[in-house]
Design a protein around this ligand. Structure first.
Ligand SMILES: [Zn+2]
Length: 312
């Protein structure tokens, strides 16, 4: 199926090196885009300086290159997009779809969903600390290519933050503004972001109602023996460029792709031919074969035992 109109992306945060979980998203989104004959962008979500690690953005790009995951066009850096986010906030405020919130963290303690205290305006002498998106009273649903039908009620999500009290732009706003700007119409990413999707759909409706619809695919998350999501916090080991061919085959296997067992592909892994492996993977790629449930991952070198100097 050639769909030259397909525009996908991989959007890592430079908070550390890529680990198996993030590599799975990179491989799946790349294969899905290349199978469709579409475009695949890389966007660096470098909006949160306190969480970022110096050199991580460059390291991520080098890793993608070593794995043969070549992207199209220039890399977009969210840190250079403040003007676009400010414009979006101004637009939402003007439409009545955003409002300033004066609530402190302490006031909201224990509330699973924002209770809407500031929705009808701030009291005398109050100043906004953050800004929130005013959700419409709707259900947000989509047919996820991996996870099946999804539906979220706006009142269970609440009015979420789009500009943080510390002055930083919130992830949800930045993602939607950038997805619209880049013409993204296919998102393949981890299921840990499943409950971000209704928020992003809501923002997309408000900011760009005429933008093309997005096809959403949420990949299974990788969990450790304790059932925790693989992340930097759970000491997931970074993927190493010199193991790229074997790691690619592992990713394809975890993603349910039969090519991971093909003799030709295994030969390419032995000879280090990442381009060859990816070409076969993209040709035969089937999103419908990707499993939905979390995958227990006990990959080699996982855990604090294999700490590298660069992790310090
Ligand atoms: Zn408030």
């Amino acid at each position: 199926m050639v769909n030259a109109g397909y525009v996908g992306r991989f959007a890592p945060s430079p908070t550390g090196r890529l680990h198996m979980g993030s590599m799975l998203s990179a491989v799946a989104s790349w294969c899905d885009a290349r199978h469709a004959g579409g475009t695949w962008y890389v966007r660096m979500e470098d909006l949160d300086p306190p969480r970022e690690v110096a050199g991580a953005a460059g390291d991520i790009l080098e890793t993608l290159e070593a794995f043969g995951l070549q992207w199209d066009g220039p890399v977009m850096y969210q840190s250079k997009r403040h003007e676009a986010y400010a414009e979006a906030l101004a637009q939402l405020l003007e439409q009545g779809r955003a409002y300033g919130c004066a609530c402190t963290r302490k006031l909201l303690e224990g509330a699973a969903v924002y209770p809407g205290y500031c929705r009808s305006g701030l009291g005398a002498g109050q100043v906004p600390r953050s800004y929130r998106h005013a959700m419409a009273s709707e259900t947000y649903g989509w047919d996820d290519a991996v996870q099946g039908n999804q539906a979220f009620d706006a009142k269970d999500l609440g009015d979420f933050v789009i500009k943080r009290a510390d002055g930083h732009w919130a992830y949800q706003l930045a993602v939607v503004v950038d997805d619209v700007a880049q013409g993204i119409n296919a998102v393949v990413r981890g299921a840990d972001l499943l409950d971000s999707t209704p928020r992003q759909i809501a923002l997309r409706h408000a900011l760009a109602p005429d933008a093309p619809a997005v096809s959403w695919s949420h990949l299974p998350i990788l969990v450790n023996a304790d059932g925790q999501k693989l992340s930097k916090q759970t000491l997931a080991a970074p993927v190493e460029a010199d193991e790229a061919p074997a790691i690619l085959v592992t990713c394809l296997s975890l993603l349910g792709q039969p090519c991971a067992r093909e003799e030709g592909v295994l030969d390419m892994a032995k000879s280090g031919d990442v381009t060859g492996i990816l070409a076969v993977a993209a040709r035969g790629w089937e999103l419908g074969r990707v499993p939905a449930a979390p995958i227990h991952w006990q990959g080699s070198g996982q855990g604090p035992g294999k700490k590298r100097p660069s992790d310090d």
